[in-house]
Every structure is written in structure tokens, then in C-alpha cells.
Design a binder for this molecule. Structure first.
Ligand code: NAD
Ligand code: DAU
Length: 357
């Protein structure tokens, strides 16, 4: 059994679905179901004997203690977080509550479980999924972030993730908990909540709405197809050394405006506008994000060298698959945007929100 937290969010959903498609080991999926957690993502797993979903908060120590003792996972993979930079600027409180206090609670309960129930089994793993944003912002010619780049977080989101990474590091150095941390670049792919750049642009383009590009659109991100991130986490779980951190990137650095142009061109081909003009005419430059990091780039040579991981998708192949997925799942987008999936949750799972396998 593995315990996955945040497994109803974007990356967690992809991770759980991929895991159950490949492995025979069951998954206990703990997710608070915030606005970003969507049980509809897991509908295909209904009745799957290897999937058990529990609605709950990683900051709830009594719940964690009970789940760990009842299910005795050999691994914890922590995806649970508040993840959207813009939301962290408007309201940082939830980011501190989940990313900092929640990670602290999870570490404390994992440590107690590892010590008392597992009797310090050296095979136990706690994988903490973090971000490249903890390293701050790069200039155009700066070297990419490596595992030894000093932390310099700039947003409430990245500061809260940096704090959680430091806690994870300390629980290894002080208590010996077998933790591993991954610092990953921008993911894209199926099930991403349409508040993030790529799904938001696809949705707005199809709805005939403006495509809001922050500032001059020249901020650079390194794009990683989500399935490649999931294989990286599995590689770290299988072969990573406790106490180590691994940078994970797609090797696809690109200015935001180029991403948006690429999306417009694919949509022009697959779903042309009624008037025959390009979706590019919907692009609108808007006020910049406060403190907007200019460039992220990841040096993932360590995980490539030590764990033989490589991304299997180029940006060209991953983005085409992603656009096609959103075109094929317009109902999913509509439910998310309309908030209908909240009602679906109550109808489907009742008041407890717990999915019985
Ligand atoms: P997401 O916002 O799509 O999903 C987060 C999930 O965590 C949701 O299902 C939510 O309900 C759940 N959650 C939030 N607070 C919780 C709590 N207190 N207890 C239990 N569950 C809770 O996020 P994502 O994009 O899937 O990111 C997953 C992880 O990967 C995060 O830790 C994020 O920082 C990290 N990360 C994301 C990216 C990216 O590009 N999306 C890149 C690098 C790292
Ligand atoms: O780098 C990893 C991080 O990537 C993760 O840790 C975060 O959880 C994830 O949300 C993502 O953060 P970003 O801020 O880079 O992603 P976002 O999709 O919000 O924005 C990507 C870029 O696009 C960024 O430069 C801001 C810009 N942008 C975003 C939105 C939503 C726009 O220009 N317009 C928009 O409407």
C-alpha cells in the first residue's frame, strides 16, 4: 500500500491513475478536496479494488495517525498543497496552513509511524513533491537551477513550498526519516485546473474569450508533460537515496507568448474559429503578476545520471496531446468552471465524501 496525498488534484490524479495502471500495489488517496481537488478525476477508478479514497486534511493529525496505523503504507507521496501563485498573492493564509503546517503534521505523524509501527524500517520512503520556484528567478543567461542552487523564493506560494522543503530536510537530518524531495518545473497535461496558463488559454480560446498574457509575455518556464513527472517520481521512489533532492525538468524552456501562440495554432487546426481568423487575435496583454519571476530553468542531469530518468515527451508532442485531451473532455472543463463537480461530489459520495472501493 502507498499513501498518496493530494491525489484528486492535477498531478496527483495523473500519478494515481498511472500507478494503478502499472503496479499491483494499492493506493490510499487522502485529499481535502479543496476547489482544486476534483473527485470526477477519479471516477474511472470507482470500484477499483486497489484504490481507496479518503476526504481529509494533511493537517489533521488524528486522521493521519489512524490511517497510517490502519493501512500501514510502505511509502508516502505528498502532493497535497495549495499550488496557484496568483491565489497565494490574494490570500496566502491557506498556503501557510497546508504547505507549511500541513507538511509539518504529515512529517510528525510519518515519523511517529516509522518509529513505532515500522520500527525504523529502512525501506520506508516519504517523497515530498516540490517545485523549481523555490530557487527564485533567473536572468536570461544564468545557468539552470541545480540541486545546490540556494533557495530564494519570491511569492507566498514559493516561500511556503520552500518552508516545507526545509522541514522535510530537517526531519531527515535530525530524526533520520527516509525522505526524498523532488523539485519540478511547470507541468501540463490532462486534468489541470483551468486557472493555470495552458488549460486557461485553451478554455478561453474555445469560449471566444480574451487570452490574458501577463506583462510582456516574455517570462520563461520549462514545460514538463505530467506523465513524465509521474515516471520521475516513481524512479525516485524506486532508486532515490534518502535525504537527497532531485530536480525534474522537461528541457523545454519557452516564453509564455510562444506557448500561447503554439496553442492558438493547434486550435486553429483542430477547432477553427467560425469566422476563419486565428485564435491569436484573442490575445490580450494584461497587468503583470506582482513579483512575477522572469525565468525558471531546470538542470535535471542528476536524476538522469543517477536514476536513468528522461522525459519521453517533447513540448510539441505533449502539447498536442494536451489540447486533444481538453477538446475530448469539454464536459470536465464545464463541470469545473461551473462548480458543478461540487454537487457531483455530494450526489456521488454522500456527506462523508468517502469513496468505497
Ligand atoms: P493542484 O492544486 O492541482 O492539487 C492539489 C491537491 O491537493 C488538490 O486535490 C487539493 O484538494 C489537495 N489539497 C490541498 N490542500 C490539502 C490539504 N490540506 N490536505 C489534503 N489535500 C489537500 O496541484 P498540482 O498542480 O497537482 O500540484 C501537486 C504538487 O506538485 C504540489 O505540491 C505543487 O506544489 C507541486 N508542483 C506542481 C507543479 C505544477 O506545474 N503544477 C510543478 C512543480 C511542483
Ligand atoms: O514552476 C513550477 C510551478 O509552475 C508550480 O510550482 C506551480 O504550482 C504551478 O502553478 C506553476 O506556477 P506558474 O506560476 O509558473 O504557473 P501558471 O500556469 O500560473 O503561469 C505560468 C506562466 O504564465 C507565468 O509566467 C504566469 C503566466 N500567466 C499565467 C496565467 C494564469 C499568464 O501570462 N496569464 C495567465 O492567465
Amino acid at each position: 500500500m502507498i499513501l498518496v496525498t493530494g491525489g484528486a488534484g492535477f498531478i496527483g490524479t495523473n500519478f494515481v491513475r498511472d500507478w494503478l495502471a502499472i503496479e499491483s500495489e494499492p493506493v490510499l488517496n487522502l485529499d481535502k478536496l479543496t476547489y482544486a481537488g476534483n473527485p470526477e478525476n477519479l471516477a474511472a477508478l470507482r470500484g477499483h479494488p486497489g484504490h481507496r479514497f479518503v476526504q481529509g486534511d494533511i493537517a489533521d493529525r488524528a486522521l493521519l495517525a489512524r490511517l497510517l496505523r490502519e493501512h500501514r503504507p510502505r511509502v508516502i507521496v505528498n502532493f497535497a498543497a495549495e499550488s496557484h501563485v496568483d491565489r497565494s498573492i490574494h490570500g496566502p493564509g491557506e498556503f501557510i496552513a497546508t504547505n507549511v503546517v500541513g507538511t509539518f503534521a504529515l512529517l510528525q505523524e510519518a515519523l511517529d509511524y516509522w518509529r513505532t509501527v515500522l520500527r525504523q524500517d529502512p525501506g520506508f520512503r516519504f517523497v515530498h513533491v516540490s517545485t523549481d520556484e523555490v530557487y527564485g528567478s533567473l536572468g536570461p543567461r544564468d545557468a539552470a537551477f541545480s540541486e545546490t542552487t540556494p533557495y530564494a523564493p519570491n511569492s507566498p506560494y514559493s516561500a511556503s513550498k520552500a518552508a516545507s522543503d526545509h522541514l522535510v530536510r530537517a526531519w531527515h537530518h535530525t530524526y533520520g526519516l527516509p525522505v526524498l524531495t523532488t523539485n519540478c518545473s511547470n507541468n501540463y497535461g490532462p486534468f489541470q485546473f483551468p486557472e493555470k496558463l495552458i488549460p486557461l488559454m485553451i478554455r478561453n480560446a474555445l469560449a471566444g474569450e480574451a487570452l490574458p498574457v501577463y506583462g510582456d509575455g516574455r517570462n520563461v518556464r520549462d514545460w514538463l508533460y505530467v506523465a513524465d513527472h509521474c515516471t520521475a517520481i516513481r524512479a525516485v521512489l524506486a532508486g532515490g537515496a534518502p535525504g537527497e533532492t532531485y530536480n525534474v525538468g522537461g528541457g523545454s524552456e519557452m516564453p509564455n507568448l510562444d506557448v500561447v501562440h503554439t496553442l492558438c495554432r493547434i486550435l486553429d487546426e483542430l477547432r477553427p474559429r467560425d469566422d476563419g481568423s486565428s485564435h491569436e487575435q484573442q490575445i490580450a496583454f494584461v497587468k503583470d503578476r506582482p513579483g512575477h519571476d522572469r525565468r525558471y530553468a531546470i538542470d535535471s542531469s542528476k536524476i538522469q545520471r543517477e536514476l536513468q530518468w528522461r522525459p519521453q515527451h517533447s513540448f510539441a508532442s505533449g502539447i498536442r496531446k494536451t489540447v486533444q485531451w481538453y477538446l475530448d473532455h469539454q464536459d470536465w472543463v464545464q463541470h469545473v468552471v461551473s462548480g458543478e463537480y461540487r454537487h457531483w461530489l455530494e450526489t456521488q459520495y454522500g456527506a462523508t465524501g468517502e469513496v468505497k472501493p
